[in-house]
Design a protein around this ligand. Structure first.
Ligand code: T46
Length: 152
């Protein structure tokens, strides 16, 4: 999967059925290296193709646990392993691909109508998520069969 540091605006016009796992891309974020410790920053609309409406993070994830297991109808998100590592399975209803996140300066951009499952969390890992919209349960597809029917 290619790394890209230049973002293009999120496509909010295309029908959801056009979503593909190939549209999920890794973004390289700025890194300010310093003997005191490194710093990475993210600006919505600059490093991300959307404005940031919400941030949340997963932490204290027990070994063997799985998160996700759903898709979003309209939400765009950037996932970053700000500590440790984990893996993300991406599924557009036709194909699946697995991506490992293990750098705090690299994010995985996931658009609407992509089923995601997170597993393989290392001890002490933290998954930071920057999202384009505030939390809305109505935006979730939590039933895989219904998701595939709509995605297909
Ligand atoms: C995603 C993966 C990576 C809220 O109240 N506000 C929020 O912003 C979020 C994200 C969740 N919640 C509540 C909803 C549930 O009662 O927290 C509970 C756990 O949520 P969920 O089971 O959806 O958590 P994950 O880790 O399976 O999924 C989350 C996101 O929901 C999802 O968008 O892509 O992280």
């Amino acid at each position: 999967m290619p790394l890209r540091s230049v973002v293009r605006p999120a496509d909010t016009e295309s029908p959801a059925a056009a979503a593909s796992v190939d549209d999920c891309r890794l973004i390289e974020l700025p890194r300010i290296t310093d003997p005191r410790g490194n710093l990475t920053f993210v600006e919505g609309g600059v490093h991300l193709p959307f404005s940031i409406a919400r941030a949340y993070y997963l932490y204290d994830v027990p070994g063997g646990a799985e998160r996700g297991g759903h898709a979003h109808r309209a939400l765009h998100q950037l996932l970053i392993a700000v500590a440790g590592s984990f893996e993300v399975v991406l599924d557009d209803g036709r194909r699946r691909r697995r991506v490992q996140l293990n750098r705090p300066y690299r994010g995985l951009l996931i658009g609407p109508m992509i089923w995601r499952e997170l597993d393989g969390f290392s001890s002490g890992s933290v998954c930071l998520v920057l999202a384009s919209q505030r939390y809305d349960e109505a935006d979730y597809h939590r039933d895989y069969a219904a998701f595939v029917a709509e995605a297909g």
